[in-house]
Design a protein. Sequence first.
Length: 168
Amino acid sequence: MLVPLVLLTALLAFRGLGALGVRRFRTWRVSAAHGLAVMLVLTASAHFVPPSVTVMPNSADMVGMVPPQIPFPELVVYGTGVLELAGAAGLVLPATRRVAGWCVAALFVLMFPANVYAALNGVPFAGGEPTPLAVRLPEQLLYIGVAVWAAWPSREGRIAEPRPAAVA
């Protein structure tokens, strides 16, 4: 449950900065995009942590999640880690936020079978208990929802239509 807590804490911290006058974080949507980026940096880091590190999820834990039908599981783990980092970078840049949000949502959908496989096969993280599917599914839906929310067009991003002049 650490990862959703990181997302929520980062979102609230960024929105708090917005409330204090930091214009970049004046909306919940932008704060959520940045919070998701923080979460993605955290989760992506596990893809590159050596197996000898046991105090947190590591690359061996991630490889264990990959269903056996998927070839080259190590490459898949490193590749998805790179994609998560790219998604994080895209979410914090206004010019790429929409595309990044949709791509991150798609990545979460594509990675979900690995979460199902890990839950059904009891794959532990950092030597801890495996996360049940009943926890993994709502978490994944939350992440997809936040990514889609970050990608959704905002009202303030639209060009305002000129109002017709009043006829006297």
